[in-house]
Design a protein around this ligand. Structure first.
Ligand code: ARG
Length: 578
């Protein structure tokens, strides 16, 4: 779409510059809307065209821009050519702009912006995204929550771009905690509680047995023995472990569903108990494994004994560690999926861990290690629920729902909604996601319930509110108008700004696809909503002549469609009423 215009500009340029249009398209960008009424629609950055950023001094660039602008001609698409700072600016024929944008939004539906030329020639890739990855029986903390929503966003975006995406939840389902649980369950466990509320009950047992083990050597010893039995493949012990795992996964699936998140695979560290022994052998055979005096085994990554570049891969009893299992998991996934890219989403505390894992894969001779990527994110401070610090995902969801229900009850304009619980949850989740996605993922931030639920500010509540309002506009005025509408009626500055903004959606998607940061989409959608709010005040539908009303309705429908598309990519389910 936007690219239709970009291509047309690129074609003219290509004749002048004797370069293929494909090379020019990415130097042409839609101009962000400004408060000033008249802005050009596209600009060509002369700097990026010349493919250099340093040795051309400013005045020279300006001369080039002017020269280029003089040689270019207006045509049926471009109605005005001018120059800006180091740019050549293009204004698109107003009627053509309106018609093309609106038609394209309707025609492409959920694919609007994704069919763009910016993505053409993009090879379809096999992408593994590993995210969420909580530890069974331990806390589901805010870091896991962030991983869940960020990973879901990345997977959504990649999928929307046509890649084949596999979503993996890599559970912490192995390790000493299961030794403790095995022992603890015999002491404090209840089968009934386990069945009805497994995550909560396992956590309780885990907390209790941990306390007990600290004071009572026998308990600690028995936990140790239980884990040994697991490691050795004792059937009875494994059966209990399997039950804990199965019941937990069942409940995870149910809770993730409330979040709108699903996984193709519930993998976990337990899968790699045996395979990590093979990894150890492989490391050894390649001469990379070094035994220490303590009996553990390490891989020295720098070769100079610098302690920060040493990775321990085996305990003194021969069992594997977190990193060893990650090596085994990566190798296994390569075998299974033959991925082009594998993305791990965790907090930044694990940065070094992944660096070491990727580096070890590399020196083991796996060239595909460079296809592995860690997407780190920062720490969220101060997220508390009524029950205190975040321990369960479900508590966060319940808190969001009840707080939002309260908010909705206090807002007089809230319409009667059919399912207030569900609506509150969707709006509340939007609030949470927008707050989280606003900034650079790597930054830490301070969490505040009050801030995220503000209906006016740049919040998810505001996005949902805008979506619901636009939806009710369509409901009120029906679609009768939509068949014949006159695009010439959409020439007010408010309409033009919206059209210009819609024109930019593909570029925003492109940016997010490049750096995997959702904030570009977030700020785009917030601007879109503000524009819609302003237009809603002035571009009345009621009492307007049919062709004007129809055109405006069409415009609002396009806004709602793009708003919904963007929200869904972020992992938000748009509501039609609130
Ligand atoms: N379960 C881990 C934790 O809670 C996160 C797993 C991250 N993924 C991985 N492949 N190591 O810290």
């Amino acid at each position: 779409m936007a690219c239709g215009f970009r291509r047309s500009i690129a074609c003219q340029l290509s004749r002048l510059l004797d370069l293929p249009p494909e090379n020019l398209i990415k130097s042409i960008s839609a101009v962000p809307i400004s408060r000033k009424e008249e802005v050009a629609d596209f600009q060509l950055s002369v700097d990026s065209l010349l493919g250099n950023n340093n040795d051309h001094s400013r005045p020279d660039i300006q001369v080039q821009a002017t020269r280029l602008a003089e040689k270019l001609k207006c045509d049926t698409v471009v109605s005005e050519i001018s120059t800006g700072q180091g740019t050549v600016n293009f204004k698109i024929n107003r009627e053509l702009l309106t018609k093309t944008v609106l038609q394209q939004v309707i025609k492409d539906g959920s694919k609007y912006g994704l069919n763009s030329e910016l993505f053409s020639g993009l090879p379809q890739k096999k992408i593994v995204v590993e995210f969420s990855s909580p530890n069974v029986a331990k806390k589901f903390h805010v870091g896991h929550l962030r991983s869940t929503i960020i990973g879901n966003f990345i997977a959504n975006l990649k999928e929307a771009l046509g890649h084949q995406v596999t979503r993996i939840n890599y559970l912490g389902d192995w390790g000493m905690q299961f030794g403790l649980l095995g022992t603890g369950f015999q002491l404090f466990g209840y089968e009934e509680k386990l069945q009805s509320n497994p995550l909560q009950h396992l956590f309780e047992v885990y907390v209790q047995v941990n306390k007990e083990a600290a004071d009572n050597k026998n308990v600690a010893k028995s936990a140790h023995e239980f884990f040994q039995r697991l490691e050795l493949g004792d059937m009875q012990a494994l059966e209990l472990w399997q039950k804990f795992r199965d019941l937990s996964v069942e409940e995870y699936v149910r809770i993730y569903k409330r979040l709108g998140v699903h996984f193709d695979e519930y993998s976990g560290e337990s899968f790699y108990r045996e395979k990590s022994q093979e990894v150890l052998k492989l490391l050894d055979s390649k001469g990379l494994l070094q035994k220490t005096i303590k009996g553990t085994a390490i891989v020295n990554l720098s070769g100079n004994g610098d302690p920060s570049s040493i990775c321990t891969v085996m305990r003194s009893d021969g069992t594997s560690l977190y990193a060893t299992r990650d090596l085994a998991a990566a190798i296994d996934r390569m075998d299974k999926y033959n991925f082009d890219t594998m993305i791990y989403v965790t907090d930044k505390g694990q940065k070094k861990h992944f660096q070491q894992v990727f580096q070890m894969l590399q020196i083991m001779g796996y060239d595909w290690a460079e296809r592995c990527q860690h997407v780190p994110f920062g720490v969220v401070q101060g997220m508390k629920t009524r029950r205190g610090e975040v321990t369960f995902l479900e508590d966060v969801l319940n808190e969001i729902r009840s707080r939002m229900l309260q908010n909705m009850a206090s807002i007089k304009t809230t319409k009667e909604v059919e399912n207030p619980q569900e609506t509150a949850e969707r709006v509340g989740l939007a609030a949470l996601i927008i707050q989280d996605f606003k900034g650079v993922l790597l930054s830490d931030y301070q969490f505040s319930w009050d801030r995220i639920f503000q209906s006016r500010g740049d919040t998810g509540v505001f996005l949902q509110y805008t979506h619901a309002r636009l939806h009710s506009l369509e409901e009120t005025f029906g679609c009768g108008y939509l068949n014949d509408f006159n695009t010439a009626c959409l020439q007010e500055p408010q309409s033009v700004s919206i059209l210009q903004h819609l024109l930019r959606f593909d570029e925003v998607l492109y940016r997010s696809s490049q750096d995997l940061q959702p904030r570009h989409i977030v700020s785009y959608l917030l601007t879109l909503s503000h524009l819609a709010g302003m237009a809603h005040k002035t571009l009345h539908i009621k009492d307007s002549p049919p062709e004007v009303a129809g055109a405006r309705l069409h415009l609002f429908r396009a806004v709602r469609s793009v708003l919904a598309n963007g929200m869904k990519l972020l992992g938000i389910t748009p509501v039609c009423r609130m």
